[in-house]
Ligand binder design. Structure first.
Ligand SMILES: Nc1ncnc2c1ncn2[C@@H]1O[C@H](COP(=O)(O)OP(=O)(O)OP(=O)(O)O)[C@@H](O)[C@H]1O
Ligand SMILES: [Mg+2]
Length: 275
């Protein structure tokens, strides 16, 4: 079993990205729990509430943003200006290199690529930059957690015990690098059939359990909906494609809570004005 990588010497936070008010990482220890889907839909939901939002796909080996937003062209000459779609500013390593090229990069080269990539992107003015982290708690995740000026992280898990084991590692990693964990989102919590019957397919209560165990807020549950995958294939996140669906409504609530938390954190760090 791989252990979470250890934080490098200095846990101090890096300077903020010019023009970006909040950087929010979406992470989990385990692969396939829906991080990229959550990152994309959370970004859309934040944008729908009137904010200027960017989405950085930091998964070098398995980028998702090109597919999820129907932007499947690789151009190594691309300038570090994000692409615009549905009102979001998007950047992915997948716009620059194909996953086949990326797999030959290993260890320090990945860390360097991620750092260089981050430093070059000109996001303009953003209220929130959502960062979709690759699965795991290894070097790439750790480098990103330390080199991006993260305001906070959201941990995604599915309700079952196997996913929780890895999500715990994610919580530990962010604590080591002193990034506040804003909350836990449980994805694929239940399925509601045509008769309205609710079935828990991947277990129950894992997200809440992890939240209680770690003292991190529980942000909410996202139901299983086959339209989520259909929307990935169609290049349009479900929050935009089916805004009235229960999944989209759940995202809207979670996005609102996250935004409130980000704002209160900013207020806490502002200098106190003496009256
Ligand atoms: N709530 C949901 N209902 C139905 N399908 C979902 C839901 N959330 C995610 N999926 C589907 O699950 C699959 C995995 O999702 P996703 O790619 O977002 O996971 P990930 O954690 O980013 O994976 P990786 O670890 O490979 O980066 C995708 O096919 C996605 O469409
Ligand atoms: Mg992903």
């Amino acid at each position: 079993m791989t252990q979470p990588a250890t934080a490098a010497t200095s846990p101090s936070r890096p300077p903020t990205l010019a023009g970006v008010r909040h950087c929010l990482a979406v992470a989990s220890g385990k692969g396939g729990v829906g991080k990229s889907t959550v990152a994309a839909n959370l970004a859309m939901a934040l944008h729908h509430s009137g904010l200027r939002v960017g989405l950085l796909d930091a998964d070098i080996y398995g980028p998702s943003v090109p597919l999820m937003f129907g932007l499947n062209t690789v151009d190594p000459q691309r300038t570090p200006l994000p692409l615009e779609k549905y009102g979001l500013r998007l950047m992915s390593m997948g716009f620059l290199v194909s996953p086949e090229q990326a797999v030959i990069w290993r260890g320090p080269k990945v860390a360097q690529a991620v750092q260089a990539f981050l430093a070059q992107i000109d996001w303009g003015e953003l209220d929130v930059l959502v960062i979709d982290l690759p699965p795991g708690t290894g070097d790439a995740q750790l480098t990103l957690s330390q080199s991006a000026p993260l305001t906070g992280a959201v941990i995604v898990t599915t309700p079952g015990e196997v996913s929780l084991i890895d999500a715990r590692k994610g919580v530990k990693m962010f604590r080591e690098v002193r990034v506040p964990i804003l909350g836990i989102v449980e994805n694929m919590s239940y399925f509601v059939d045509d008769t309205g019957k609710r079935t828990s397919i991947f277990g129950t209560g894992g997200g809440l359990k992890l939240a209680l165990e770690t003292g991190v807020p529980f942000l909410g549950e996202l139901p299983i909906d086959p339209r989520v995958s259909e929307c990935v294939d169609g290049g349009e996140p479900i929050v935009r494609r089916y805004p009235d669906s229960p999944v989209a409504q759940a995202y809207a609530t979670i996005a609102q809570t996250i935004w409130q938390t980000l704002q209160s954190r900013q207020a806490e760090t502002l200098p106190q004005v003496q009256l």
